[in-house]
Design a protein around this ligand. Structure first.
Ligand code: GDP
Ligand code: MG
Length: 234
């Protein structure tokens, strides 16, 4: 597959080394990992994402399965599926999930008394974990009822853009380091000044932006959550 960076691909073919390694990394598909406890609807959600046209969607083994280690959350985008309020293993997994590229889905929203209840569970999940959370009906039995799928698809697409932006940022940093270090300095510096590298850099800015916004949002959510839980009567 091609990286979409023709100039880099040409340089990589010519000098190999770091340029080749980076062009290979940039050409790899963004992997969407669907994860959660057994029976929450990972397969149903993976199906929704595949039908929406996301390329590389994989369903991981179940979180909190008896006698088995939890799967690594190593997808470029992690879609964490719940079927109601998160339990302790879910909260723990969500807290170590990659920032800005994880989306939590409260699946089986059709089993809640009403759509607003599913929205509330999602908002509480988001407050508790700092991960963006949305309700969804993955396996639709009543086609006319709300299913939240369009919003979920948009959120996963946004996470995919952040993942791509981070990949661009890492690629540029690696090339800059290689330029500073070594024998291919002139070629690599030439590349870093090219229109193509400037385009990569502008894609990478997305990751910076989202990162900062995300940290602010997370801090705010955590504060709100602390205020709420400290005023709850228990
Ligand atoms: N009511 C309802 N059932 C669902 C939904 N999504 C999945 N299911 C059902 O939940 C069960 C487990 O779903 P599956 O996708 O196989 O879960 P997995 O084990 O996490 O892959 C199946 O019987 C599905 O039909 C949903 O949104 N609403
Ligand atoms: Mg399954």
């Amino acid at each position: 597959m091609e990286s979409g960076c023709e100039l880099l691909d040409r340089i990589a073919a010519d000098i190999g080394g770091t340029a080749l390694q980076v062009s290979v990394q940039l050409s790899e598909p963004i992997r969407i990992q669907v994860v959660g406890r057994a029976g929450v609807g990972r397969s149903a959600v993976a199906d929704v994402l595949l039908r929406a046209g996301f390329g590389t969607v994989t369903e991981s083994s179940a979180v909190d399965a008896p006698g088995l280690a939890d799967p690594d959350l190593d997808g470029d985008v992690v879609v964490y599926v719940l079927s109601g309020a998160p339990r302790t293993p879910d909260v723990e997994a969500l807290q170590r999930a990659p920032h800005g590229t994880t989306v939590a889905l409260v699946n089986k929203a059709d089993l809640q008394p009403e759509w607003a209840s599913a929205m509330r569970v999602a908002a509480e999940t988001e407050a508790e974990t700092g991960v963006r959370a949305l309700p969804i009906v993955g396996a639709q039995s009543r086609p006319e009822a709300p299913d939240g799928q369009d919003d979920v698809i948009a959120a996963v697409a946004a996470a995919e853009r952040v993942a791509r932006a981070r990949r661009c940022r890492a690629a540029l940093a690696t090339l800059a380091e290689a330029a500073a270090r070594g024998p291919d300095r002139d070629v690599l510096e030439g590349y870093l000044r090219s229109d193509e590298a400037v385009r990569l850099a502008s894609q990478a800015v997305d990751a910076f932006g989202d990162g900062a916004a995300d940290r602010r949002r997370l801090a705010l959510l955590r504060r709100r959550w602390r205020v709420r839980t400290s005023t709850d009567v228990r």
